[in-house]
Design a protein around this ligand. Sequence first.
Ligand code: AHR
Length: 666
Amino acid sequence: MRYSIKKLIQTSLGLALYSLITHTASGADPLKLDVNLTPIAKIQPTMYGIFFEDINFAADGGLYAELVKNRSFEFEQPLMGWSQPATDPYSTNDDSGIANTLNFAENTTNKNVLRVNVFNDKNYSLVNEGFRGMGIHKGETYRLSFYAANPEGTIKRVVAQLVDAKGKVIASTAIPTTHKDWHKYSQTLVANTTEEKASLKITFDGKGTLDMDMISLFPKNTWKERENGLRKDLVQLLADLKPGFLRFPGGCIIEGRTLAQRYQWKNTLGQLDNRPTMISRWNTEFKHKLTPDYFQSFGLGFYEYFQLAEDLGAEPIPVLNCGIACQFNSGELVPVSELDPYIQDAIDLIEFANGTTQSPWGKVRADMGHPEPFNMKYIGIGNEQWGPQYIERFKVFQKVLKEKHPEIILISGSGPFADGQMFDYAHRELKKLNAEIIDEHYYKDIAWFKNNATRYDNYDRNGPKIFAGEYAAQSVAVVSPENKNSWETALAEAAFITGLERNADVVQLTSYAPLMAHTDAWQWSPNMIWFNNLQVLATANYQVQKLFSTHKGSELVSITHAGKPLTGQNGLYASAATDQPENALLIKLVNTDADARHIQFTVPAPVKKSIATITYLGAKHLLSENSFASPDQIKPEIHRQGFKNNTLTYTAQPHSVSVISIPLNH
Ligand code: AHR
């Protein structure tokens, strides 16, 4: 009987029936909730957004659709990612040819080129392994390009092939190398097979020397079919969140382990071959997850981030280094008196994003293809810095930027911890400075999220606004590679989010972190999205984010029981909003308890139809997770429930999240 009921609830109709059965069968009196439609606060369009950090191969090897790793031979080991395998059993590659890198332009951003010497006609070849393989889709077109110089004119052509993990050719093309001087060659290949772990093999026809650089391979089918584009499936998942903002490019990535390794946005603009490759700070950060081949090509740079934010209809929120390297690493400091270049970077960024095409940085933007301003409204000053060192530096940034650009909202940080001395100090000092928005980070356990739905209930309404900039429930411990994206973590986050939403007058921006991770090249878990070279996976946590983001409403209203908000009593959490444009009431109900909870409320306004649409998220077990093998275990189900006399009785299933949407007529 139990089993068949469980089966039933997997269908929409079943769910409605089940709520009826359990409600009547248990006979329990429903909990009476009071909904009041008087608006309490505006829910900001930025309430739910995206925090993008280049961690876990999220940029190169992830969102950035380039398939060749180390395309310009600028990694610390210049041939990393490339191999020169033997081509037949009787000859080694050493017999047939050799490739080395030449450091031909020291002190430039693109100093290395590849010199290929082919000795005989035994099919000397070079292979690029991609980012843990290359994801190739059957029938799709791939754009290959490279620069080459053929000074002796003796290399007639190169043959480019995509090969599967067993070495079988799945796409092939030949490109005559006709120019003695440096020349850019481009060609397309069409794949006849889908392969997750393909590689690019280049074979040379002729004998002699060929110099090469910027060997690049992109799918044609990128997001909006842009060259130098982004992976379409990943961007689509982001677009489906309907995010209010895009914060970029991190995270600790902006801090660098040392100041020399900080993120410098100016290095990420312009022609691709002029963007200097840099080691990723996540490269060897965690002993338990070494990724020595993690570098930043900056092919996905600030222009591309702004463009992505625009595509997503999200406010762009760049975060800049404030003169402090990561305090978990070197903690290197720029003396306060020497902050000018760092502040100038912020001023120039405002010009790059918003300036006219006549201004120097506005012209750079226009030359890259976007004469219209990006209308940037926010800048983050520092990421997760702490102590007097941060406050002293923030003060200087604030003074100059507020004088020159009062229109830009500055986001300050409160450090890496959700509470404690460091956190309290930051809040105290930032409040004195009239900081506008404080970024808070919570990487905490599941219980913390359930216990902290009241976190902002008594927050000073005259203080800075809050950006819950990075949060995720950790099923084991922060930085543990064993952390899972279980339903239990997502459910706890949902409970917490009702508390963020109930305090929407204070909490104006929120984002889960980190955003995404490559299954074969990650450093940090959990993540909202996982991907491999062919597929993307929306986790349970993604589904919770999407549910709240796509039902955020526009005005916060109150929902209470016995005069109190629902903040975990009997495992129940709730928030409510009206959506003015849609003229609807949205009730978000989270039941973290193992028992079903029956609730009842009366809509205090005429309704358009006595039918509620319920978007429901639940799972078989608290430990359930979506996986590539079973990606839809946890995904929203929609069903409708009729009601009478404006009064709805609803059963919140054990361990579930529901959004009840009711069309109003007022
Ligand atoms: O999200 C991963 C890291 O966690 C971020 O880079 C940093 O801001 C935080 O410590």
